[in-house]
Design a protein around this ligand. Structure first.
Ligand code: F3S
Length: 62
């Protein structure tokens, strides 16, 4: 499963990093980004939950 954060949509709310810090982290622009290309096994549900928690739907998972 892959995931990406749309930098134009992220408003830095931080929910994704609270929910799934194994996959999402702050970048130098104080926006979230995915630190892995491929979501690790066992983190898929957490990454999906992070995507659902994002108020601007900036996170894509597929
Ligand atoms: Fe940004 Fe959404 Fe995460 S606004 S910090 S991508 S929850």
């Amino acid at each position: 499963m892959k995931t990406v954060v749309d930098q134009d949509l992220c408003i830095s709310c931080g929910a994704c990093i609270d929910v799934c810090p194994e996959v999402y982290e702050w970048n130098d622009d104080d926006k979230a980004h995915a630190i892995v290309d491929e979501v690790p096994e066992g983190q898929e549900d957490s990454a999906k939950e992070a995507a659902e928690s994002c108020p601007t739907e900036a996170i894509k998972v597929n």
